[in-house]
Design a protein around this ligand. Structure first.
Ligand code: NAD
Ligand code: TDX
Length: 336
């Protein structure tokens, strides 16, 4: 089976490439990634050279390139993860979110339709449902109500993917997952940013009152869910993934400090994010019952392991923070 995986040099994508190569040895994975600021080819250095794997540097919005990959690689299925993924950046500069998340997704859908595929897995987020009050959960039938330019662009791409399923019978499956954490996450997101700052004795910036709630899932559990949805999902269906680990941001930050062994005086309350969603919480009953999927990681243990990973991989995130990681591609392949 030939898989086109987009965004494989990012956080979730690189964890997914490793999982696929390890657990589906007969498969070949073609990773199409533009290497934006968030893409780090070094994340997959260990699999370069594998006959199961090929890296193509390019933009999902480049229709000619995408069509050529479908043709020459005889792609059977698509796992689409490439996206601009950071809410704060979408508030500062929304345009690229429309270009990549909306237009780029449409280019891929169209190429998949022209070529014909067995499955188009569109990877999305619980943020498309908007914000919850103190009670209740997102299910797959919760109306879409995105708040940020990021979540609005993801909701748009979900609707395009489902429209291709409805209109053209493209075998689309959409997944919506809660907040991921684990190794190789870019240190702009809450957990890796707090770990990296704590390790360097820098202030830990908590937005607003710190009482916003996110529902955390280990990246490996998400990746196993994506594989289950690819193999066992039904055409035109949506599956939510989450691990029932709701936490207030401030409690996460305090736990990180305890794991790192630094004082709570490093916590600094800063101006709130514009339009900050208050609470996310996922009901993953459908994925559990229809896909036979269940998360394996317990949040408190896996957070400790994640802190340990960042402690042991300090050069990895220091190269990112300094911008040094961008040189990896040039050293490996020359200028892109
Ligand atoms: P990330 O920002 O770490 O990685 C994104 C990757 O996409 C990078 O390698 C980047 O170079 C690549 N990319 C960006 N624009 C591209 C383009 N135009 N063409 C080709 N490649 C491009 O993101 P992530 O956290 O790994 O998220 C992956 C996917 O999962 C996204 O679609 C995101 O919306 C979704 N998701 C993320 C989370 C989470 O908590 N991180 C939760 C639910 C869903
Ligand atoms: O410095 C910070 N201080 C802070 O208080 C940062 C970076 C975040 N926060 C808060 C904002 C959120 O309430 O922490 C929470 C988590 O923030 P992020 O890590 O930016 O994640 P979030 O905005 O919830 O979105 C994430 O989950 C869903 C991913 O970035 C998305 O790609 C995914 O779709």
């Amino acid at each position: 089976m030939n898989v086109l995986l987009t965004g494989g040099c990012g956080f979730i994508g690189s964890n997914l490439v490793r999982l696929l190569l390890a657990e589906r040895p007969g498969w070949r994975v073609v990773n199409l990634d533009k290497l934006t600021y968030a893409g780090n080819a070094e994340n997959l250095a260990a699999v370069e050279g594998s006959s199961q794997y090929r890296f193509v540097r390019g933009d999902i919005g480049n229709g000619e390139l995408v069509a050529e990959i479908f043709r020459t690689e005889r792609i059977d299925v698509v796992m689409h993860l490439a996206a601009e993924s950071h809410v704060d950046r979408s508030i500062l500069a929304p345009a690229v979110f429309i270009d990549t998340n909306v237009r780029g997704t449409q280019v891929l859908l169209e190429a998949a339709r022209q070529h014909g595929v067995k499955r188009f897995l569109h990877v999305s987020t619980d943020e498309v449902y908007g914000s919850l009050g103190p009670t209740g959960y997102f299910t797959e039938t919760t109306p879409l109500d995105p708040s940020s330019p990021y979540s609005a662009s993801k909701a748009s791409s979900d609707l395009l993917a489902l429209a291709y399923a409805h209109t053209f019978k493209l075998p689309v499956v959409v997944t919506r997952c809660s907040n991921n954490y684990g190794p190789y996450q870019f240190p702009e997101k809450l957990i890796p940013l707090m770990i990296a700052n704590a390790l360097r004795d820098l202030p830990l910036p908590v937005y607003g009152d710190g009482m916003n709630v996110r529902d955390w899932i280990h990246v490996e559990d998400h990746c196993r869910g994506l594989l289950a949805a690819l193999e066992h999902g039904h055409d035109g269906e949506v599956y939510n993934f989450g691990a029932s680990s709701e936490r207030h941001n401030i409690d996460i930050v305090k736990q990180v400090l305890r794991h790192v062994g630094k004082p709570e005086t490093l916590i600094t309350y800063v101006k709130d994010r514009l339009g900050h969603d208050r609470r996310y919480a996922i009901d993953a009953t459908k994925a559990r019952t229809k896909l036979g999927w269940a998360p394996r990681h317990r949040f408190e243990d896996a957070l400790g392991e994640t802190v340990r990973w960042y402690r042991e991989h300090r050069p990895w995130w220091e190269r990112i923070i300094s911008g040094e990681y961008l040189k990896y591609y040039e050293t490996q392949y020359g200028r892109g």
